[in-house]
Design a protein around this ligand. Structure first.
Ligand code: SAM
Length: 455
């Protein structure tokens, strides 16, 4: 693995950089695999490895290192959304949020650059049920991947949008927290993805730094006074890290926040020229990839404007609500309709959801329950992936072999089940819907998500 000489040269000025150890760790071929458990769908093993045999990630309560990289594709629990495979250093976001905020109360959180959803699923696990996470991605195809990962995670307090950062000026003084996990030159991932080395150049670093400034300037008005900005990259370059902190100090009215990191973790504090404090993750010092994170508290801002929702979405009729109520409990939820599609929103956040629908390009919100067809509801895959399907709905526990066939969207032979819509389960965790008919079973696993490989 030949690291760009210009990158190495540019890093030598950084105090915590150890050239020899850094080059060695890239040459060693060592790979670190880590994941985070979804507390909505707890498990005690992943891909056949008991969690008891996995080392915890010390800065993330649900984070684990695996002793080897298993095949996640052929682990049904991966498809059930029981865990998210995520690089360990980036899980330090948990410390940034825990150390700067009171996470026990309702918060409005924006994850601005969110696809594919690692940080969003993590944030969702850390906030309360009555908090709101707006998970945004500017690139449309990536916003769809983000939506699918949010659905798989199974939460109901998330709205997924596909907006440009500048669109957030429509939500002035709105968020308690904004996370900008910025698009960057990506040097921090060289060990995992050597192909990324070819795309690296000093010009690209400059371009990324300018884009990062633009993104921060665009989204800044949407943060409340006293709100927290979390800025992170997976780049080692000072232009995107310390110099970006200096740009924040010069252009945004913000106080830097200090974070505590146990010295045993190997994370290095870095202080920018204008006093900003950042945290560097070097793969030769930390069990994880290259990462940088810094937090700021906004000094100035207006007052949170009162919510003025002009257009409320269509609510269900009594009969439609009764039909929907056969599938999930209705308390604490507002059911809305977009043509025939029914969504469930958390009742106490319904006005916020309406406002977002009015102002942003929403690609997903709350929980998509299904389609109303005459006097029936055809359940959506998202309902299966949630944790709220009524206990009266039929369930079929599958063996591992059957679960893989189900996820490949192949035919299944199951005996002894009632006909009708049935949740396909693996180890008690839903994978999706089956429709059991006399003499036939229809597999409703979404075509675009199916496993294409054979074991
Ligand atoms: N936060 C994600 C996670 O943890 O899974 C990873 C985000 S990745 C580092 C940066 C994201 O920013 C990408 O999804 C990329 O599409 C998006 N992006 C690219 N250009 C952007 C721009 N001009 N404004 C906002 N986001 C952008």
């Amino acid at each position: 693995m030949l690291l760009p000489a210009e990158l190495i040269q540019s890093l030598t000025a950084i105090r915590s950089f150890d050239k020899e150890a850094f080059e060695q760790v890239h040459l060693s071929g060592e790979q670190v695999t880590s994941l985070r458990i979804n507390l909505l769908k707890p498990v005690s093993e992943v891909a056949g490895i008991p969690l008891g045999e996995c080392q915890p990630v010390p800065w993330a309560e649900q984070g684990y290192y695996l002793p080897e990289r298993p095949s996640f594709t052929f682990d049904p629990l991966f498809h059930a959304g029981c865990y998210y495979v995520q690089e360990a250093s980036s899980m330090f976001l948990e410390q940034a949020l825990k150390q700067t905020l009171d996470l026990s109360g309702p918060l409005k959180v924006l994850d601005l650059c969110a696809a594919p959803g690692g940080k969003s699923t993590h944030i969702q696990s850390l906030i309360t049920k009555d908090s709101l996470l707006l998970s945004n991605e500017v690139i449309r195809s990536r916003a769809h991947v983000l939506r699918d990962n949010i659905i798989k995670w199974g939460a109901e307090n998330v709205v997924v949008t596909n907006n440009d950062p500048k669109d957030f000026s429509r939500l002035e003084d709105f968020f308690d927290v904004i996370v900008v996990d910025a698009p960057c030159s990506g040097s921090g991932l060289f060990r995992r993805d050597p192909d990324a080395i070819r795309e690296w150049s000093p010009d690209h670093v400059q371009l990324c730094a300018q884009r990062q400034q633009r993104i921060l300037a665009d989204v800044w008005p949407a943060l409340k006074k006293g709100g927290i900005l979390v800025y992170s990259t997976c780049s080692y370059s000072e232009e995107e890290d310390e110099q970006l902190m200096d740009w924040i100090s010069r252009h945004l009215e913000a106080d830097p926040c200090s974070l505590h990191a146990d010295p045993h973790w190997g994370i290095r504090e870095t202080v920018a020229a204008m006093g900003g404090k950042g945290y560097r993750f070097w793969p030769d010092k930390v069990k994880g990839e290259g990462f940088f994170i810094a937090c700021y508290r906004k000094k100035e801002g207006g007052h949170e404007p009162p919510l003025k929702v002009k257009k409320h979405p269509l609510a269900l009729t009594k009969q439609e609500k009764e039909i929907t109520g056969r599938w999930l409990p209705t308390e604490g939820k507002l059911f809305i309709r977009n043509q025939q599609t029914v969504y469930a929103w958390p009742l106490e956040q319904a006005s916020l959801f309406s406002l977002l629908l009015e102002k942003m390009r929403v690609v997903y919100s709350g929980l998509k329950v299904g389609e109303l067809v005459r006097d029936k509801l055809v359940p959506d895959h998202a309902l299966a992936m949630s944790t709220v399907v009524s206990p009266v709905v039929s369930r079929a526990e599958l063996t591992k072999e059957e679960a893989i066939r189900y996820l490949q969207r192949k035919d299944l032979l199951l005996n002894g089940h009632r006909s009708g819509w049935t949740l396909a389960l693996y180890e008690g965790h839903p994978l999706g819907w089956l429709n059991i008919l006399p003499g036939r079973i229809n597999n409703y696993y979404p075509k675009e998500l199916r496993i294409l490989k054979d074991i």
